[in-house]
Design a binder for this molecule. Structure first.
Ligand code: ADP
Ligand code: MG
Length: 298
């Protein structure tokens, strides 16, 4: 489990992390979403042992990460700009990782070579940005990490390769129980892969939820009332209502069964629950509390 407690980090008096709290359960795929400059890469660099926090705790399975090789051995990291030694070939980087990660799987390196279709003899610096990202995934997956940390990972990957890397990563989550932390400035991108989401801005996580919590907490109902001129009954606890012809779309803070029960007394012609996107959930969830967040997710 990853636990980040009250982490503060200042750069020359600028507070990049301002009491950040975050919990990532084992085996979760946790999406960390926030606008540019929110502090996503900064907290990730703490979690991977690159930065030391001014105060607070950065813990993996209860152990501090900074200068703790035993913990860092279990973490693989794909940064937003890929690291490689100048002139290094992919194969040479693989040897480097093999020397650092005791569980590096050379068989896997061979097998995944077919998926990525890159020549291990090619120099990293001569690859395109997307190909460098692919090699980074190739190397990271061979480290068989317990925790995989991805900073804006799909930038530069084509749609086919995006799917390919996510299917490999999610395969590892299913088979090996890998915990994944992935950052993005785009909530939509994380929609299909994450089961936990944290929204961050100005060095803090404003809200974190599991998918189960999200789905149980809010529902979008499409409703047609018998009376063509009916308005939304004032007794209904509706967060947001819109209307297209006779169809009302009602967002309610409850699950689908509760919404059906609330609507039953009005005997509607139609009352169907339709899925909410993550983006919608966050807009409505935070709309009344913090308008700044609207700008983050849109
Ligand atoms: P994000 O990844 O969410 O876009 P970052 O974590 O990279 O944001 O940056 C958060 C803030 O901290 C930004 O204002 C950035 O300028 C500042 N920052 C990050 N790293 C450093 C650093 N090494 N020195 C000074 N300021 C930094
Ligand atoms: Mg970043």
């Amino acid at each position: 489990m990853i636990e980040i407690r009250n982490v503060i980090k200042e750069f020359d008096g600028f507070r990049a992390l301002d009491g950040l709290n975050m919990t990532v359960p084992d085996g979760a795929v946790y999406g960390l979403v926030g606008p540019n400059g929110a502090g996503k890469s900064t907290i990730i660099r703490h979690l991977t042992g690159i930065y030391r926090q001014d105060s607070g705790d950065v813990l993996v399975d209860g152990e501090q990460v900074f200068e703790n090789p035993a913990v860092k051995n279990r973490i693989a990291y794909i940064p937003d700009d890929i690291f490689y030694f100048s002139n290094a070939r992919i194969g040479e980087m693989a040897s480097f990782y093999r020397s650092i990660y005791p569980q590096f799987d050379s068989g896997r390196f061979k097998k995944l070579g077919e998926v990525f279709d890159l020549d291990p003899k090619r120099q990293m610096r001569k690859l395109s940005k997307g190909m460098q990202k692919q090699s980074a995934f190739w190397l990271a997956l061979c480290c068989c990490p317990q925790v995989l940390v991805l900073d804006e990972p799909v930038d530069g990957l084509d749609p086919v390769m995006r799917r390919q890397v996510w299917s490999l990563v999610l395969g590892d989550v299913a088979q090996r129980g890998t915990t994944v932390l992935v950052s993005s400035h785009n909530l939509r991108e994380l929609e299909d892969v994450c089961d936990h989401v944290g929204i961050m801005d100005h060095g803090k996580v404003l809200l974190e939820r599991s998918l189960a919590q999200l789905q149980d907490n809010m529902v979008k109902m499409q409703v047609v009332f018998r009376d063509p001129d009916a308005q939304v009954p004032p007794g209904l606890p509706v967060l947001h209502a819109s209307r297209l012809g006779r169809i009302y779309t009602l967002i309610m803070r409850m699950n689908a069964q509760e919404a059906q029960r609330c609507l039953a007394p009005y005997d509607p012609l139609l009352a169907d629950a339709v899925p909410l996107t993550l983006e919608e959930i966050f807009i409505y969830e935070l709309g009344g509390v913090d308008y700044a967040v609207k700008d983050i997710v849109l």
